[in-house]
Design a protein. Structure first.
Length: 428
């Protein structure tokens, strides 16, 4: 190679395999395909989306398409929205609502039309159904967090953080705790305060629109993964559904690089020497179909004191009139119930909050028992690479909780590392 004196020969990854067509895998695929890299995606399931996908069930003698879970997106999810635009998802695929929470127990608050964070601070000060002293304490809490740049010298649980700052009573039960459980999918007694503060920093104290709620008006596969599949194919790549990869080492022999973008519980079979052991948290979603007249006054309603944390009006969001989706995040006593018993409990709790609800025509509960890793203090960080394979997935994010935004960010990072991983041979 002496004839290459003072010149550089660069080996570029031109063929990349991606195992998994969830949000992380498809984010990596779109990023690489847009850069001109030949991408082949392998997905074991019949539809893309991974742990956020469309499923088909039989109910009342008919086939129904449901999401395997209900997701709330927030305005701070910039990377997910950027990629959705890139693959052609229309803007009306999400219902954008300035930050507003309503609970069946009489609590409500919404952001006012002021520059952030003043709009949310004013909304908190005027929140309904909360004693004045608790609202004043919450404002002091937010000011303290802002002054500390939403960082802790040492991590602790969310419960410890709230106790340290006097956040008790009704506001803690109806605001802080539900927000933490929804974002981290971990009980507040175990959830990482540092990760929770990162969420508050980017949302409640973020820029204009960062705290907006964005509710999907398409099923979770159509929201991003399926348009991403079409984008990859238009750019010369391939996506193979119902194609299970059992040996990534053999797969690697035909590609310059391999990104493993499966759920963390699936890593053991693909990378048995991968040493991190994760604890998991579930998410249960119960769909109840009522008469078409049934609707909520607001697309999402908070509940407390029972099992259900949030209920969503699928009629207002996806045109599925009369269909309500009850969400139960993180572990709890509901795991001891059968799915039929859980549906009955959800109906009973809804009936207490919604007058003249009537009986459901059919119901179906979906249990994702390993929906996310447990987001605990000082959790182990996943490496970016294992045995020469690049990793992508919400569990790899160094700061964010396991959300769709974290998944997409991880896919973009993995694609970047593949491109940076090209090496140079420099002549003498």
């Amino acid at each position: 190679m002496a004839h290459l004196d003072k010149r550089v020969a660069t080996r570029v990854a031109t063929r990349v395999a991606i195992v998994g067509a969830g949000y992380a895998g498809m984010a990596a695929a779109v990023t690489l395909a847009a850069a001109g890299v030949s991408v082949t995606v392998f997905e074991s399931g019949p539809v893309p989306g991974g742990r956020a996908r469309r499923v088909r069930i039989s109910s009342d003698g008919q086939g129904q398409e449901l999401d395997n879970g209900q997701h709330i997106l927030i305005g701070a999810y910039g990377e997910l929205f950027r990629l959705m635009r890139a693959v052609g998802v229309p803007s009306d695929a999400l219902l954008r609502i300035p930050f507003e929470l309503r609970h069946a127990q009489g609590f409500s608050m919404r952001s006012l039309w002021l520059p952030e964070p003043l709009g949310l601070m004013a909304g908190l000060a005027l929140a309904k159904g909360i004693p004045f002293g608790e609202r004043l304490g919450a404002l002091r809490f937010m000011r303290t967090l802002k002054n500390s740049a939403f960082r802790l010298a040492r991590d602790m649980t969310v419960a410890q953080l709230l106790e340290r700052h006097g956040q008790r009573g009704r506001l803690a039960r109806l605001l802080w705790e539900p927000l933490a459980v929804s974002a981290l999918n971990t009980p507040v007694a175990e959830a990482s305060a540092s990760v929770f503060l990162a969420v508050l920093r980017d949302t409640l104290a973020g820029g204009a629109g960062a705290s907006d709620l964005l509710l999907p008006r398409l099923d979770l596969s159509r929201l991003f993964p399926e348009p991403a599949v079409e984008f990859v194919r238009r750019h010369g790549g391939e996506v193979w559904l119902r194609s299970t990869v059992t040996d990534v080492r053999e797969l690697k022999q035909g590609f310059d690089a391999v990104i493993v973008a499966v759920g963390p519980h699936q890593l053991a079979s693909l990378l048995p020497d991968f040493g991190l052991n994760f604890a998991y948290q579930p998410i249960y979603t119960c769909y109840l179909q009522y008469e078409e007249r049934v609707r909520l006054a607001f697309p999402m309603l908070g509940l407390s004191g029972g099992l259900v944390q949030w209920v969503f009006d699928r009629g207002a969001l996806l045109g599925e009139r009369g269909r309500l989706a009850c969400v139960i995040s993180a572990k709890g006593p509901h795991q001891e119930l059968s799915l039929d018993e859980l549906c009955a409990r959800c109906h009973d709790e809804l009936a207490q909050a919604i007058p003249k609800l009537g009986k459901p025509l059919w119901s179906r509960a979906i249990a994702e028992k390993r929906a996310t890793i447990a987001c605990t203090p000082n959790r182990s960080r996943s490496p970016a690479q294992v045995e020469g394979f690049y990793l992508a997935g919400d569990y790899t994010d160094p700061e964010y909780p396991p959300t769709l935004e974290a998944a997409v960010r991880s896919g973009v990072r993995a694609a970047g590392r593949v491109q940076e991983g090209s090496f140079s041979l420099v002549g003498r």
